[in-house]
Design a binder for this molecule. Structure first.
Ligand code: GDP
Ligand code: MG
Length: 597
């Protein structure tokens, strides 16, 4: 294809503002997908994406479009995920485009995450086309939000397009504007090939499918290619474009977006951000890459049925083929048995991974409370990186550091007070505040990441009736007054409940956990103290009173078969018991205590 006829673009939008629906309409209007094959959210392939209505993996699709000038253009739409956990996926999609549609719900206005992605697009020198969606809604306020968008981007309110992805109104004009405003890709056709990997997914039938954008030169089938970062070389077995089903082609030239298959089985051999060149005419310099995704949030994952451990290991390995950001290593817990300490980008990433493990691999899992990474300096000079609170080092501590984030919150201005209160409660520091329009405000805070990963988002939503939105990015670490709180049953620590918390919150955590466990753990033959402690110092205590538990006393003599049944039942129940010291705890109690609310 002549690069002058190519337009590579993506859509930046907050969840639910209509990105998938807009993509659907574009596919339909251009005839890529026939009406009778059309199903909602055509590009969202994973079941879990469809159910939760979010896009996780970026997808690329080629859309041929005949513009007003009667020429047929190749529009490559690169879909991007909208959630804060997946920012790194957005950054790589942006690097493959010359332009972005900034899609905003005309009844809601722009949200914090969208603003963050917009800034990222501007940093990448992308052409931005501002678009208000859902103008068919009675609650839409296109004039008001056009002004807001114009203020943020620095254009005229009349430059803001207005569409309904649902009815299709305005979508054809939008396609024409993409052709008019977004520049065609530039590259050198005769130079050594350089193609950027912007996604790489594992497919059970085809192995790793690598999505690339060719910057210079040309890639052809059967050609031997080289990954510039690792020098590993492979043969291209298949090359093609998604339109939207994978369609083989004779090759990919300057500016083209498509996929290649080399038969490798592990996505780590086809690293996102790497540059592909050819072996017989290798390029000298790599393209600028991306930052590697780094796990930020850790949690222990354990099978409820211990015999599922090998299944869990296989399942994690399979998911990792597709998800370079997922980390895991084996871990054992006295309370929960054998499992894995897993690293995630954020809470949603954790939830989605867990849901996929349970659904796609038929596993029943329990996960421990998520925590961030801490760095601990000891007085003797040793340094520890702690991803599991129960492995917190013993001995004299010089300083503890925790990861910090810069958070951006957007909200109607009548909720400023509640937001400040919440952020203060979470050890946040206000950095600045701006009005986006007369009744909407942007607030910037630095906050400890640990204070955000639990229930911050829910708390924010409930305090602002759902109107506030949040985005955050890591900004390094900071020293803090943190302590490790242990939960003890009859003097024995229960590893799964150890937590690293701020000094001022240690007491509240101790009281809450001891109360919870007292209610959940059945009475034993003897009294069992439940304590929370910092080192040797007990900060909270509850007692589980003793009972004499004699199941047989219930059925005086009489019915022998009933007696036997009861005994068997008790035996079965015992199998699922875990011993903590002398205390028998049903696994259920741990599971309930660990599940939030
Ligand atoms: P995404 O999360 O950005 O991909 O958003 P979706 O495309 O999944 O849309 C979210 C919801 O908004 C869905 O229920 C859509 O049917 C609805 N929606 C999308 N575009 C429009 C529109 O133009 N008008 C109306 N009324 N609803 C829309
Ligand atoms: Mg979507």
């Amino acid at each position: 294809t002549d690069p002058a006829l190519i337009r590579n673009f993506c859509i930046i939008a907050h969840i639910d503002h209509g990105k998938s629906t807009l993509a659907d309409r574009m596919l339909q209007i251009t005839g890529v997908v026939e009406d009778r094959q059309m199903r909602a959210q055509y590009l969202d392939r994973m079941d879990i994406e469809r159910e939760r209505g979010i896009t996780i993996k970026s997808q690329a699709v080629r859309i041929p479009f005949t513009a007003l000038d009667d020429r047929t253009y190749t529009l490559d739409l690169i879909d991007t995920p909208g959630h804060v956990d997946f920012t790194y996926e957005v950054s790589r999609s942006l690097a493959a485009c010359e332009g972005a549609i900034l899609l905003v719900d005309a009844a809601q206005g722009i949200e914090a995450q969208t603003l963050a992605n917009l800034y990222m697009a501007l940093e990448n020198d992308l052409t931005i086309i501002p678009v208000l969606n859902k103008i068919d809604l009675p609650a839409a306020q296109p004039e008001k939000y056009a002004e807001e968008l114009a203020g943020i981007i620095g254009c005229e309110p009349s430059d803001v397009l207005k569409v309904s992805a649902k009815t299709g109104e305005g979508v054809e004009e939008l396609l024409n504007e993409i052709v008019n405003q977004i520049p065609p890709p530039v590259g050198e056709a005769d130079a050594p090939a350089r193609a950027m990997i912007f996604d790489s997914v594992y497919d059970t039938y085809r192995g790793v499918v690598t999505y690339v954008r060719v910057v210079d030169g040309h890639l052809s089938p059967r050609e031997r290619i080289q990954m510039m970062s690792t020098r590993a070389s492979h043969e291209i077995l298949e090359i093609g474009v998604s339109s939207p089903e994978p369609t083989k082609s004779k090759g990919l030239a300057v500016g083209e977006v498509g996929y290649i298959i080399t038969g490798v089985k592990d996505v780590r051999q086809s690293k996102v951000g790497d540059t592909i060149t050819t072996l017989n005419k290798p390029a000298g310099e790599m393209l600028a890459g991306y930052q590697e995704p780094k796990p930020m949030v850790f949690s222990g994952l354990y099978p409820i049925d211990g015999t599922d451990y090998p299944v869990l290991r296989d399942a994690l390995e399979k998911l990792q083929l597709n998800d370079a950001a997922l980390a895991f290593e084996p871990e054992t817990s006295a309370a929960l048995g054998f499992g894995f300490r897993c690293g995630f980008l954020g809470l949603l990433h954790l939830e989605i991974t867990r849901a996929r493990l349970e659904r796609e691999f038929n596993l029943d899992l329990i996960s421990t409370a998520p925590n961030v990474i801490y760095r601990v300096d000891m007085e003797d000079g040793a340094e520890h990186v702690v991803t599991n609170p129960s492995e917190f080092p013993a001995g004299k501590i010089e300083a503890i550091y925790e990861p910090m984030v810069k958070a951006t919150l957007l909200s109607p201005s009548d909720h400023i007070g509640q937001i400040m209160e919440l952020c203060q409660d979470r050890r946040g520091e206000l950095q600045g505040m701006d009005y986006l329009s007369e009744d909407r405000v942007e607030m910037r805070y630095t906050l400890p990441m640990a204070e955000i990963v639990f229930d911050f988002f829910d708390a924010l939503k409930s305090r602002t009736k759902g109107y506030a939105s949040l985005d955050y990015e890591p900004i390094g670490e900071q020293q803090a007054d943190l302590v490790k709180v242990d939960i003890l049953l009859q003097g024995e620590p229960v590893d799964a409940f150890s937590a690293i918390v701020h000094k001022e919150k240690a007491y509240a955590y101790g009281v809450e956990m001891t109360k919870k466990l007292r209610e959940l753990i059945p009475r034993q033959q003897f009294e069992v103290p439940v304590q929370a402690a910092i080192g040797a110092r007990v900060i909270a205590r509850e007692n589980i009173r003793a009972i004499r538990k004699d199941v047989l006393s219930k059925c005086y003599g009489g019915d022998i078969s009933r007696k036997r049944k009861l005994l068997e039942k008790q035996k079965e129940g015992k199998k699922r018991m875990k011993m903590v010291g002398r205390v028998e705890v049903p696994q259920e109690a741990f599971i309930s205590a660990l599940s939030t609310d």
